[in-house]
Design a protein around this ligand. Structure first.
Ligand code: HEC
Ligand code: HEC
Length: 223
């Protein structure tokens, strides 16, 4: 990736350091396996729910997700910053002390990417992911924050001396329907958990076709 694209991506993230609550889970994955039994019914025991299960329940894959992001999301649901009629009550039931272990379990699993569904959209989706969208409605390249293959990034200080405080989730290999639903939720403002409005601003400049294409491409990425 060119430095230009990385900088373009990061320029959009003037994120206040304080806005990402420093969740530092030092969880125990082995303990988390047992504690996550209830989650597996929707997310899959190893965080890889099959496409049919996704179609029925709309629960995302959690395999290989950045543990800090899993904990952040549970807090967002618990505090009603994010709301979903199925997941919100589930989050209420998770004890604070169990979160890090559960996050460590799912985070240590390997995601199974999806086969391409709509090959016609892949080229456009790859272009948006790798390079973003040019003038007039400039969209930063997803790779700049979500990292190669969409593995996510919890610590930009490894890459930059003065990083924005961005906790970018893993998105590679996620269900395409989940990715596009979340992008639409940011676009309409229904989801507003993004520090510095980073995803609301980006999706505000994306068309329905852009969203469908990038979701399709990202879903096929292994990580
Ligand atoms: C009855 C089904 C169900 C169960 C059980 C369930 N979830 Fe969920 N979960 C969902 C759905 C549906 C969503 C998507 C919510 C949305 O679209 O905003 C979700 C979303 C999430 C997210 C957000 C992921 C992301 O990529 O943003 C996390 C984290 C999560 N669940 C963790 C858990 C954990 C941990 C457990 C077990 C304690 C659990 N879930 C149990 C259905 C479930
Ligand atoms: C400047 C950094 C940045 C860029 C560029 C960026 N993202 Fe994000 N993205 C984030 C952050 C930070 C979050 C987490 C926000 C939150 O907690 O709600 C996020 C969240 C998401 C989510 C929700 C994931 C989930 O599991 O719920 C999706 C999907 C997503 N981004 C896709 C994209 C796509 C596609 C692009 C390119 C068009 C992109 N992002 C570009 C920083 C970025």
């Amino acid at each position: 990736m060119g430095t230009k694209h990385l900088l373009a991506a990061l320029a959009c993230a003037t994120v206040a350091a304080a806005s990402v609550a420093a969740a530092k889970p030092a969880g125990n994955a082995a303990a988390g396996e047992g504690k996550s039994a209830a989650c597996g019914g929707c997310h899959g025991p190893d965080g890889n729910n099959a496409p049919e299960m996704y179609a029925a329940l709309k629960a995302p894959k959690l395999a290989g997700q950045v543990p800090e992001y899993i904990v952040k999301s549970l807090h967002d649901f618990k505090a009603a910053r994010r709301s979903n009629e199925v997941m919100s009550p589930q989050a209420q039931a998770v004890a604070e002390n169990d979160m890090a272990d559960i996050a460590a379990w799912f985070g240590s699993q390997k995601v199974q990417p999806n086969p391409a569904q709509n090959k016609d959209l892949l080229a456009l989706g790859e272009k948006i992911f790798m390079k973003g969208i040019g003038r007039p409605d400039i969209v930063a390249a997803c790779i700049g924050c979500h990292a190669p293959n969409g593995v996510g990034n919890k610590n930009w200080s490894k890459v930059m001396s003065n990083p924005p405080a961005v906790l970018a989730p893993a998105i590679g290999g996620q269900h395409a329907g989940y990715i596009s639903d979340q992008l639409k939720a940011y676009k309409t403002g229904k989801r507003a958990t993004d520090p510095a409005r980073v995803m609301r601003d980006i999706t505000g400049r994306m068309s329905e076709k852009d969203i469908a294409a990038v979701a399709e491409y990202v879903a096929t990425l292994g990580r």
